[in-house]
Design a protein around this ligand. Structure first.
Ligand code: GAP
Length: 457
């Protein structure tokens, strides 16, 4: 696995991800996805949708408004309780998460409330990272507030959503009635969420603006354990698809679980900065639907017509962060390795992003051996043909060895070289990113060759 500096530098150099608003000095760990990053991120979202919505009969999608009625966030508990414990360095006024400082000092924060943290800070003499005393911890609400319309008063306060999940509860009735789904079934959504994190950091791991892919899966109370297990298996399959070999399934202890949850698992990953959360799987009972029914006065129960029975469904919530998925996919794919043949005069070392082929930003790079017109008259129409199916890069500069290395570094599965023999035999050389093996393929068979290899992947 690369260290973070190496990965961040590759991401910037090759146009995956760079600092947001960089020409103005950036903005507190905000990041922009560049031309290759947006392809990778879109491919992840497309694969997720295909996997969890398109291929299943029991999940349907929505795309809800980002700004919801503020009563949603009162009912969900976010206005009252969506907070992190904040402490301040009394000299520099820099702010930190109290639980993070305690954990860094080797203190187990399981089940700790603000008072426990205050006591632990006092007893253990915990200081700020600058070595100064800290204020007492206080709850800091992480929702971003703004005003709807031109008047900035208390009645117009709204929030940027801190999770995509609540829309699936609020829209439950509309979705169930229009899709005519019966229990068990799920509602999926991909979209942005905003949290005013006290200490964003570690590249795209913790940011204040990020994307989530979430499913609320509605079932009968008596069946929650079966569906929890099934979703755990589905999440494992997804992790394998991303190319991950290791992750940790951390059963959250009762003291740290939400009071309505009988089981929660954090899927954790060993990042270069330590073992931390990647995804989550939670049993939420009927907590959210109950709250929204109480607050809105609407009936959000499900009518089982066969049994003539009204049920408030219980919910299993698998949740995936998009940006953390991008991060672990890049970390798992990165290799520095020997290229024993010293390909085409290049050095014996190469950096390769062995991304799952489905996720690679470019699937193919077409590389005419030289800039000569005879070659581009073959290469350019070939690119146009392939582009109707896949993202294709075209590069005719520098030595072929250097171009192979460039494509390896961005994870392009197939390099297609057009050379002077192509003029005679109407064939091209296809080089495989992972094996570096080269094969001579007839131009008219290239599309089906790529197709077969993509499908196999
Ligand atoms: N609806 C449940 C929910 O939002 P969460 O654990 O707070 O649960 C779900 O968030 C996922 O969203 C996390 O597992 C993580 O992948 C991602 N996530 C949360 N906060 C994030 C942040 N500040 N930056 C990037 N990703 C974040």
């Amino acid at each position: 696995m690369p260290d973070m500096e190496t990965l961040i530098s590759l991401c910037k150099r090759r146009g995956f991800i760079f600092p947001g608003s960089e020409i103005y000095g950036g903005l507190a760990n905000s990041w922009d996805y560049g031309p290759l990053g947006v392809e990778l991120k879109n491919n992840i979202k497309k694969a997720w949708w295909r996997h969890f919505v398109q291929m299943r009969d029991d999940v349907v999608g929505i795309d809800a408004a980002l700004i919801m009625n503020p009563r949603v966030w009162e009912a969900s508990g976010h206005v009252g309780h969506f907070s992190d414990p904040l402490v301040e360095d009394i000299k520099t006024h820099e702010r930190y998460r109290a639980d993070h400082l305690l954990e860094e000092a080797g203190i187990d924060v399981t089940g700790m409330v603000l008072e426990d943290m205050a006591q632990a800070i006092k007893e253990r003499g915990i200081k700020s990272p600058k070595g100064n005393p800290l204020t007492e911890p206080r709850a800091f609400n992480m929702m971003f507030r703004t005003h709807l319309g031109p008047v900035e008063n208390a009645e117009n306060v709204v929030y940027l959503r801190p999770e995509t999940a609540q829309a699936m509860f609020v829209d439950f009735k509309n979705v169930q009635q229009t899709s005519r789904k019966k229990l068990p079934f799920g509602i999926a959504q991909i979209g942005k969420a905003f949290r005013n994190e006290i200490t964003p950091g570690n590249f795209i791991f913790r940011t204040r603006e990020f994307e989530q892919m979430e499913i609320e899966y509605f079932c009968r109370e008596s069946e929650w354990e079966i569906h929890f297990e099934k979703w755990l298996v589905a999440m494992r399959e997804w992790l394998k698809f991303l190319g991950l070999k290791d992750w940790y399934e951390h059963e959250i202890e009762e003291a740290d679980r939400a009071h309505y949850s009988k089981r929660t698992i954090d899927i954790e990953y060993d990042y270069p900065f330590g073992k931390k959360e990647l995804y989550g799987l939670a049993y939420r009972g009927s907590f959210d639907l109950d709250n929204h029914m109480r607050a809105s006065g609407e009936d959000l129960s499900f009518l089982d017509q066969e049994k003539n029975e009204k049920i408030v469904p219980h919910v299993i919530e698998p949740t995936w962060g998009v940006d953390r998925t991008v991060l672990v996919t890049l970390l798992a794919a990165y290799r520095e390795e020997e290229a024993p043949t010293g390909e085409e005069g290049e050095s014996d070392k190469r950096v390769v992003l062995a991304l799952p082929k489905d996720l690679a930003p470019f699937k193919i790079a077409v590389l005419p051996l030289s800039k000569k017109e005879e070659l581009s008259t073959i290469a350019k129409p070939l690119v146009a043909q392939l582009r109707s199916r896949w993202m294709v890069d075209y590069d005719e500069t520098q030595s072929i060895g250097k171009r192979y290395r460039r494509q390896d570094e961005i994870g392009t599965p197939f390099c297609v070289t057009v050379d002077f023999d192509s003029l005679e035999d109407k064939k091209v050389t296809v080089r495989d990113r992972d094996t570096m093996q080269q094969e001579r393929i007839a131009i008219e068979e290239l599309e089906s060759y790529i197709d077969t290899n993509m499908r196999a992947a």
